[in-house]
Write a protein that binds this ligand. Structure first.
Ligand code: SF4
Ligand code: SF4
Length: 172
């Protein structure tokens, strides 16, 4: 009675069908486990054990910005080019009798940089600011680990000592 209830349309469960079902179950489970074991033991993993293991980004990645402020001439071109206005610069004219200083490409530095801050919470990493920089002091780095707890902490002051320490770690 119960067999007839399990099999529709009056189908009888014969001994042959019962063995066939057992065989199908064993075959499909074996096939499935075969695929599982192939991926467990035979295929190279595509994930890494971050943070113990870190991926190195390509050298031309547009990640966290760095301004080598010693070579910044305070020309404001980066701030002007920035589509989201997230670069804040303050500079004052140097004293007339102050010693002549130049950026690494020979451009005279006529202004004292007082503030160079980038709000990376607003930055869209378009790279326009680095493209227009005449002394090439503003560059993207490959640093992608700079999450913070507050939006305020995403504002990076490139004259701050901790930024220099970060630069030594990342840029060398
Ligand atoms: S990468 Fe683009 S958005 Fe970010 S600071 Fe530079 S110009 Fe502005
Ligand atoms: S474009 Fe370059 S040199 Fe000019 S203010 Fe920006 S970072 Fe400094």
């Amino acid at each position: 009675m119960s067999t007839q209830a399990t099999y529709q349309a009056g189908e009888q469960l014969t001994l042959g069908k019962w063995f066939k079902n057992i065989w199908t179950a064993v075959r499909t489970v074996t096939k499935g486990l075969g695929i599982t074991f192939k991926y467990v033991y035979g295929v190279k993993p595509v994930t890494i054990e971050y943070p113990e293991v870190r991926e190195e980004l390509p050298k031309n990645s547009r990640s966290r910005l760095f301004n080598d402020v010693e070579n910044c001439i305070s020309c404001y071109q980066c701030a002007t080019a920035c589509p989201v206005d997230c670069i804040y610069i303050t500079a004052t004219r140097r004293e007339k009798d102050a010693p002549t200083i130049k950026a690494k490409n020979g451009t005279p530095i006529k202004l004292d940089l007082m503030q160079f801050t980038i709000d990376t919470a607003l930055c869209c990493y378009c790279g326009l600011c680095t493209t227009v920089c005449p002394t090439e002091c503003l560059t993207h780095t490959t640093d992608y680990e700079f999450s913070q707890y507050t939006l305020d902490e995403m504002k990076y002051d490139y004259l701050a000592p901790d930024i220099r320490k970060w630069r030594e770690r990342i840029v060398g």
